[in-house]
Design a protein around this ligand. Sequence first.
Ligand code: ATP
Length: 376
Amino acid sequence: MAVVEIRNLKKTFSGANAVESLNLTTEDGEFIVIVGPSGCGKSTTMRMIAGLEEVSGGSILIDGQDVTDLSPTERDVAMVFQNYALYPHLTVYDNMAFCLQVRKWPKARIDERVRAVAESLSLTPLLQRKPAALSGGQRQRVALGRAIVREPRIFIMDEPLSNLDAKLRVDMRGEITKLCRRLKVTTFYVTHDQLEALTMGHRIIVMRNGVAQQIDTPQRIYDEPVNRFVASFIGSPSMNFLEATVEGDGQILRGPGFQLRVSDRIARALKESSETKVVAGIRPEHLFPVADGDSAGGWVQGRIELVEPLGSQVMVQVMVGNSVIVAQFERQPGLDVGRAITLQHKTDAPHAFDVETERTVLAAAPAESPAALASA
Ligand code: ATP
């Protein structure tokens, strides 16, 4: 358990910025997920926190102590990587016991600890096997077990699930989340999978080109992305974007084949900024089909290009003006390629982004306080 403070953290490689001015203070026992596309600086950030990479600027404090120049061991950090890094010649038991033996723990204490952790990870029947005789998921559990036996202050996990198949990934995702919540060890977890980020993290850092774009809870990142990049990276299928003109005192976004009604908050921001053009953003899961006459609140009309069944749901590509957008809703009859379709969006669903800066138009308009609302 630890509070980690990251202050103005930077890393440059041969003059190029890999990580720029990262600032974050964790809660004790918080699960922080770092997510972003390949090369955005996720692993470099983790390696600096772990003490495997020298920082180019800034500092890292653990429970108030500056550890920027300390080794990984001195920081009391345990790491789990995608390649497991198990010792192939040692049994599961010895892999887990190894770091305790190095610390010269008494044998009986090591045995007690290893068996307790093995039991919690359902590894007891496998303790005498060697890594080669284990499945990918079992190996990953051993790697976790080896990190847990040490009772570290901090876990660092760098894409620990990326070698597993889809089903096992989902199972292990749940196991790791439950485990970390139970152990209350402050955890940094790197992934490029936005679903892992949304489901596992107390908070998510969304990175792009070495810069943290948004650090927030999964819900707020999904509901209130600060810019178009975060909006498109978090959420699956990705958010749809349509260039629109602002009409009706900021309340309506219009373009070829659509007319969207925005929330009062966005309308106020648009009115204040007096922008005439924005990029409208709508999540596919916020669109659903309606009969023509039902769509007074806002509508998107187009022709069905592709229908992809997803079991109980269906994903439909629709040509709207010159853009293809995606909608995802409950499976229903009559969705034929080439047919006209009218979609409505859920109340308050559309987002609006500045055409040039790509930032949300809400950036300059903080959420209304109750007092402000009362005086409005
Ligand atoms: P991935 O998801 O592909 O692992 P990442 O987000 O973890 O990517 P990093 O590995 O942190 O990205 O790399 C960030 C940037 O720093 C990249 O442009 C990478 O090429 C560069 N970089 C990383 N390590 C080094 C190094 N040792 N020397 C030079 N450049 C490096």
